[in-house]
Design a protein around this ligand. Structure first.
Ligand code: FAD
Length: 362
């Protein structure tokens, strides 16, 4: 047995559907657990969860703790808090690391769990790793020593100009929330993968129901979620006005599974909704292709999209910072370049589709 306890994730599900962040947490947990030589555990909470525990096992968990109660149909802070605490208290030993999504639910839940167990929590991480920490003990000599296999919770800081590595090795679980889109989802989904499922019973009392959900109204969106899009075409202030996004949409429509992104300056100007913003105070994205039209490449934008596999930047200023990290840079007026890109990519997509069609008909 390893000297270290396991790595736990808290699955994020809404209305019986696991959210993509869960698979990202499983991917990150698997990496960390591999380095520690420990197992991946998960907690999933809700009502009528069906085969969700199995799906979590197929996606990298070794053990899933299931709290399946009618009281957990809708997320409320007090009931979910109680379910996580009850599960952790029933474990033979607390996990070494506990990860939550930096989603509305995770951001609400994780600090309450950390406060209950009087442990640390790093919010909104973009990277996670394992490493050593030597504490020289100036501030607190009682803690002097070498701490092995600590969680390195890494997140942008100081206006995103630096990456801070934040550690809390004094107490387990060492906790972090992970920004959606920042971690690589578990890659080796295997429907024959076996794991242990442990059902947990929670005794709710009336004090857990001080908040009641009367109705949940979900926004219906026809556009692709930015964090899941394979291709993103983003517009910046160089568009010159809200109508400039027609050109952005036009180019995006060439690709299947594409979405429209934006810089904050365009959002602040009211040209496009906040939901489209990429960057520090917007979404973190990781598409296969990111096309930036008229975006300067400020650090706050860069941190949200620099993990894209291929970045193409179009900017009329050859000194624009975006050219320092784009894989392909085109110096020119976006209103001349975007239609050319549309034509070329359109042609390539049509060829790809007809090749796929030909393969299917063989
Ligand atoms: C705390 C904080 C958080 C922030 N969070 C975010 C965030 O989440 N996301 C974000 O994007 N920003 C964020 N910002 C703002 C960020 O610092 C920049 O101001 C912003 O990204 C700039 O947007 P932009 O590149 O569209 O505009 P600009 O910097 O004005 O750049 C426009 C670019 O378009 C080019 N251009 C102009 N006309 C054309 C044309 N016809 N063809 C081609 N190119 C042209 C120009 O050369 C220029 O490079 C944040 C700032 C702070 C302080």
């Amino acid at each position: 047995m390893s000297d270290y306890a396991d790595v736990l994730i808290v699955a994020d599900q809404i209305q019986g559907e696991l959210r993509p962040i869960t698979f990202e947490l499983l991917g990150a947990a698997h990496e960390l657990a591999g380095k520690l030589d420990v197992k991946v555990q998960a907690i999933v909470m809700g009502s009528e969860l069906g085969d969700m525990p199995q799906v979590i096992i197929h996606n990298g968990a070794d053990e899933v703790f299931v709290v399946d109660e009618p009281e957990l149909k809708e997320y409320t802070t007090l009931t979910y808090r109680k379910a996580v605490i009850a599960t952790l208290e029933q474990m033979p030993r607390p996990p070494h690391i506990a990860l939550f999504g930096a989603t509305t639910i995770g951001r609400d839940l994780a600090p309450r769990i950390a406060a209950y167990f009087e442990t640390g929590l790093t919010a909104d991480c973009t990277e996670l790793d394992i490493g050593e920490y030597i504490h020289k003990g100036k501030a607190d000599p009682s803690k002097t020593g070498t701490y092995k296999n600590c969680l390195y919770a890494i997140r942008p800081s100081f206006g995103e100009s630096l990456k801070a590595r934040i550690l809390g090795p004094w107490k387990n679980p060492q906790m972090a929330t992970a920004r959606a889109g920042a971690m690589i989802p578990y890659q080796n989904t295997d429907t024959t993968r076996q794991g242990k499922i442990t059902r947990v019973k929670v005794d709710f009392d009336s004090s857990d129901f001080r908040v009641k959900v009367i109705e949940t109204v979900r926004e219906v969106s026809t556009s692709v979620d930015l964090t899941q899009a394979k291709v993103i075409v983003s517009g910046g202030f160089g568009l010159g006005g809200p109508e400039g996004f027609d050109v952005v949409r036009d180019l995006a429509n060439v690709f299947t599974g594409s979405a429209v992104g934006a810089s904050r300056k365009t959002v602040d100007a009211g040209w496009i909704p906040y939901a489209n913003q990429v960057g520090q105070t917007g979404k973190t994205v990781r598409p296969q292709l990111y096309i930036a039209l008229g975006i300067s490449g400020a650090i706050q934008h860069r941190v949200g999209m620099s993990n894209s596999s291929t970045i193409i930047a179009v900017n009329k200023d050859e000194g624009a910072p975006i050219f320092q990290f784009a894989h392909y840079g085109i110096v020119g007026d976006l209103y001349e370049i975007a239609p050319l890109l549309k034509e070329r990519f359109g042609e390539a997509m049509r060829k790809e589709q007809s090749a796929e069609g030909a393969t299917k008909s063989v």
